[in-house]
Design a binder for this molecule. Sequence first.
Ligand code: CO
Length: 157
Amino acid sequence: MALREILKFGDDALRKKCRPITKFDDRLGELLDDLEETLISSDGVGLAAPQVGILRRVAVVNVRDNHGNIELINPEIVEQSGSQMGKEGCLSAPNEWAEVERPNKVTVRAFDRHGNEFTITGEELLARAFCHEIDHLDGVLFIDHVEKTIPPRGDKL
Ligand code: CO
């Protein structure tokens, strides 16, 4: 396990569309372990592979609830409902925050590190984190959803 450097806004890697994982091997496991260690040590609630320069459809979410680390490989939003407004930030932009509208409830279909498909439903912060991280896999950043960022602190996704 190792901490990886988190790329900051302005880095080209954050604007790329990531490619799906096709091999569920030890290398993927190592990437997930590193993402989780980096996420926890950064005090964030989500981290996507492109944020550490790996252009693959992999992300980890941990909103410090009973789910612990949620490993998302090739995730897709299959259902969403409602809406929520809330402060959002990003580990790739330590000083930027914005009010971002997201669905209030989101169901994601993804694979685990062993290649098993699963679905998971999240509400409120968890739903927000799923949307934010899946956006990263398509080169979309939270600032793309707002006209301007604001100073108050919120959750680091
Ligand atoms: Co982010």
